[in-house]
Design a protein around this ligand. Structure first.
Ligand code: ATP
Ligand code: MG
Length: 591
């Protein structure tokens, strides 16, 4: 049935919503697809439901194609399974926790590994029951610190989550590969440019893990790529350990460097008071900066951590976060310095850092700090630095950490050229969980020899409502949205204009014919609304093909408009159905 604008639950807005930052978000609200209820919480209106249903169906079809079966778990869940895996605590503030009337702890599911695992455990007991793949398309709840761009990062959002269950690693690999293929087909059909990047599985604690990122300047994720086809999330880039170099520096010597608590002031003082023998200027890259952070472990204990890295680099907060998870990173504050008197703020050096040293603080080095290389670094004494301190000769650390920022132009870890940086929106995530959850919850089956073995799992997510948001951000112009055909709320937007009742009668007839031919129609059948308003609304709503029934009727013609290119052409009445059908099927599915 055609959606009729005369009765459609819709009120388009001429003004941007006050709280919207991104253009697609503004248009989704203005064009009447979604409406905000609270930060990160949105209502879906009829037009939005059309788009959402199309996205869901594409996702559903591709999951079913690989033999995954649809189920639906509740969003309201008991605490116990999440205690068993440790995630009741690990999730921290992200988790919506609540109590029922009997004072029992409950939560709103942020993702469902535990529940799927337990249900399979309840129902299955033999290797003969496997492999198994299940999925659901369901509401998820996360109390995001920064809900963003309407539905891109919501606090209630729809996710497709699937889980695979296998008897061994080879089975898991097969399930993973099938999901990867399904995602490729899915995202091709949804019509956005994407990259597949190696991800860090972070708190989930798995091995192989990849993310599908929609390439977008609005993305919150930074990824790198090189010319060989390598792509990785910045969090997942593994900077190779710099090979050992021959020691050329003379003995280390401590020098007074008053008022040099920052790298810039230090470099200036070095060049002024301690010029190098080889005539080259000192730069920030010659200094070893030691950054102290406070780790907060899930049980609440606080542990200082020292990170040594070249002075021209910063610690990347996100890279650090995934490396220390499930611990969280907090600032090292004045009171922490007071509690660690061996640390001389602004002049901290490897002399006191390390579990075996005076501070007792774990000390991890950036892998670019080669054994044999010489550094200027803090001398652990106010106003003093040490010059020519050689890694491996004069100091060692407790290990390395991949936490320094990655920069455009850095050498690629593949050895092929340099890295380029770009931004993306995480649309999907696939990973091999392995036995972590099955072990915690006791999901075992009997193998061929009658031995109980732990099932190995994969977990695979797609942001369904996020996909609608990402597609909107990527398909718009100054006038409004321009949906790719596969997800547009209708195939054609028929606009009847003018005051002449005969126009509306004719338009009704055309709409009926189009529908009989299987074309989905949004029909602007509103009387007493000016053509100007109708055209503006059609541009705002963004159905890719617009059919104007109006003045031309006298000559037996209607006007066919392409929303994307703005091209218009007259079509004879007798040709309308054939022309519209051609138009909407011709365009490649993956715009
Ligand atoms: P992000 O890094 O963006 O917070 P995530 O890694 O926490 O996402 P997963 O747990 O992997 O997300 O969830 C699977 C998918 O669900 C993601 O790939 C993303 O598309 C979607 N998703 C996650 N969080 C949100 C959210 N707050 N709003 C909308 N979609 C989301
Ligand atoms: Mg993820």
């Amino acid at each position: 049935m055609a959606l009729r604008m005369s009765t459609l639950f819709l009120r388009t807005l001429r003004e941007d919503p006050a709280d919207a930052e991104l253009p697609g978000h503004k248009l989704l609200v203005r064009a009447g697809y979604i409406r905000r209820v609270a930060p990160g919480i949105y209502t879906w209106l009829p037009l939005g439901m059309q788009v959402l249903a199309k996205v869901e169906n594409i996702v559903r079809e591709e999951m079913q194609r690989i033999g995954s079966q649809e189920v639906k778990f509740p969003a309201l869940l008991p605490r116990e399974p999440y205690d068993a895996t440790g995630r009741w605590d690990e999730y921290g503030d992200l988790l919506f926790r609540l109590k029922d009337r009997k004072d029992a702890d409950m939560l709103l599911g942020p993702t469902h590994e535990e529940m799927f695992c337990l249900t399979v455990k309840d129902m299955y007991s033999s290797y003969k029951d496997l492999p198994l793949a299940l999925f659901q398309i369901q509401n998820k709840y996360r109390d995001e610190a920064r809900p963003r761009a309407g539905i891109l990062r919501g606090r209630e959002f729809i996710m497709k989550d699937s889980y695979s269950f296998d008897i061994d690693a080879a089975g898991l690999q097969k399930a993973y590969d099938a999901h990867r293929e399904a995602y490729i087909r899915m995202f091709n059909r949804l019509g956005f440019e994407y990259v597949i990047v190696k991800a860090d599985s972070g708190a989930m604690g798995g091995s192989a893990s990849e993310e599908f990122l929609a390439v977008s300047p609005h993305g919150e994720d930074t990824f790198v790529r090189d010319d060989s086809g390598y792509a990785a999330n910045v969090e997942a880039v593994e900077v190779p350990q710099a090979p050992e170099v021959e020691v050329t520096a003379g003995p280390a010597h401590v020098e007074p460097t008053p008022d040099t608590p920052t790298i810039d002031t230090l470099v200036a003082a070095l060049n002024k008071d301690h010029p190098r023998d080889d005539g080259r200027e000192w730069t920030a890259a010659d200094t070893l900066k030691n950054v102290i952070v406070m780790l907060v472990h899930p049980d609440g204990t606080r542990e200082p951590l020292a990170i040594g890295l070249p002075g021209d680099r910063e610690v990347d907060a996100k890279r650090l976060e995934v490396k220390v998870a499930p611990a969280e990173v907090d600032a090292f504050e004045e009171k922490d310095f007071a509690a660690n008197p061996t640390l001389s703020k602004g002049y901290i050096g490897p002399g006191v850092l390390g579990e075996e040293k005076a501070s007792g603080i774990r000390y991890l080095l950036d892998p670019s700090v080669a054994v044999g290389s010489a550094w200027v670094t803090g001398a652990d004494k106010h106003g003093h630095h040490v010059i020519d301190l050689v890694h491996g000769r004069d100091f060692t650390a407790d290990g390395t950490i991949q936490a320094a920022e990655i920069r455009e132009g850095d050498a690629s870890p593949t050895g092929h050229g340099t890295l380029k940086l770009a931004r993306g929106i995480e649309m999907g995530h696939i990973f091999q969980l392995g036995t972590k959850y099955a072990e915690a919850l006791g999901l075992k089956v009997l193998d061929e020899n009658g031995k109980r073995v732990t099932v190995t799992m994969g977990s695979y997510g797609v942001g369904v409502t996020r996909a609608v948001g990402a597609i909107a951000e990527d398909n718009l112009d100054d006038l409004g949205l321009i949906w790719p055909r596969n997800v547009a709320p209708a195939d054609v937007h028929v606009v009847a204009t003018g005051k002449d009742e005969a126009v509306f009668v004719k338009a009704e007839e055309i709409v009926r014919e189009l529908e009989a031919a299987g074309v989905e129609v949004l029909f602007d059948d509103r009387r007493k609304v000016s053509p100007g308003v109708k055209f503006k609304d059609s541009e705002l709503i963004g159905v890719p093909t617009i059919l104007v029934v109006g003045k031309g009727l006298a000559d037996g013609k209607v006007e066919l408009k392409d929303r994307r290119s703005g091209e218009r052409r007259d079509v004879a009445l007798a040709e309308v159905v054939a022309e519209v059908t051609r138009e909407i099927t011709e365009e490649p599915a993956t715009l």
